[in-house]
Write a protein that binds this ligand. Structure first.
Ligand SMILES: [Fe+2]
Length: 330
């Protein structure tokens, strides 16, 4: 049995039992019901930071994260996410890691999926990509037309506007190198940051990275009774669980904003319950003034959180190397 089979979804009956028979997502929790998969995905709109106003003119960025192409998330949902993104007509698509689940079995599907985006795509890797084989995931993304930033930055020109995009490699498995990513960054350009782990944003803001987009938490997937804050915040130690944190206002502490996307897929259990736990495509209108858009929510106060000890990160890093060595022997 391969890793992705081990993560096979529970039965629909199980999911329905967990949903308490509620309407809404029940029939489509696993993407197995008759519901249009598009209805399972929330498309949320936000303005960018104040500092981008005057620098950019309505540059539209679509943010997806944690697509986890594999057995757990039906391709109908993945394709619906791409279709909804294309319909939003973004200038740029960014994807913040966890492209796969536990194996390299679905890399062809991943490649075909990302090729479906009409706009240019830039991404960073997440912990599942490292666990499954970062080099192979990177190669599949590249074949599909995605530019992957590994502790690097690039400048894109979209509708005659220049946007700097900085991509931090996965911090969960100890691959983030902030100094390398920031080297040569042009402080005069508006800069968008990408990082699988949201807490890295705090240390990017002082360098002029006004907005960081991230993932990893899946918004907790089950957000009823604030269960996501308990699981992701108090137990897993994240300060940022889902949505906007920090500030988009110029000259106001803490000097930048971070958005944690709820993700599209899952690697273990596909169950998603509660409004905040819905699969999500987030659209950011960079250069648009705050207050112009009817936003889903504003900046939230961070949770207390608990940064992982360096020893723990080193252990996660060693586990990646161990998996890599095991694959090389096969
Ligand atoms: Fe993930």
């Amino acid at each position: 049995m391969d890793d992705d089979q081990r993560s096979a979804p529970p039965t629909r009956e199980f999911a329905e039992a967990l949903s308490g028979g509620a309407a809404g997502e029940r029939a489509g929790l696993l993407g197995l019901g008759r519901k249009d998969p598009r209805s399972l995905i929330a498309v949320r709109h936000f303005a960018g930071p104040d500092s981008f106003v005057g620098q950019l003119d309505g540059l539209r960025i679509a943010h997806l994260t944690d697509i986890h192409v594999g057995r757990v998330t039906p391709m109908a949902i993945q394709n619906a996410a791409v279709a909804l993104t294309n319909e939003a007509n973004p200038d740029l698509v960014v994807i913040t890691g966890d492209f796969v689940c536990h194996s390299q079995k679905y890399l062809d599907q991943l490649e075909a999926l990302v090729r479906g985006f009409k706009a240019p795509v830039i991404g960073v890797l997440g912990n599942h990509d490292y666990w499954s084989g970062a080099a192979e995931v990177r190669a599949a993304l590249k074949r599909g037309g995605v530019e992957v930033l590994d502790n690097a930055h690039t400048t894109v020109t979209l509708r005659h506007q220049r946007l700097q995009v900085l991509g931090l490699d996965d911090a969960y498995t100890g691959h983030a190198d902030r100094a390398r990513a920031l080297k040569g960054l042009d402080a005069r350009l508006p800069t968008l940051g990408l990082s699988h782990i949201a807490e890295e944003a705090d240390r990017l803001w002082p360098h002029g990275v006004g907005l960081v987009l991230s993932g990893h938490t899946h918004a907790g997937q089950v957000t009823l009774a604030r269960l996501h804050e308990l699981a992701i915040g108090h137990l897993a130690g994240h300060r940022y669980v889902h949505g906007l944190y920090g500030t988009r206002r110029r000259g106001v502490a803490p000097g930048g904003a971070v958005y944690v996307g709820a993700g599209i897929g899952a690697s273990v259990i596909p169950l998603r319950l509660g409004e905040r736990g819905r699969r999500e495509v987030a659209i950011f209108e960079l250069g648009m003034a705050l207050g112009t858009l009817d936003e889903h929510h504003g900046e939230q106060a961070p949770l207390k959180g608990r940064a992982p000890a360096p020893e723990l990160v080193a252990k996660r890093n060693a586990a990646v190397h161990k998996k890599q060595a095991k694959r090389a022997k096969q």
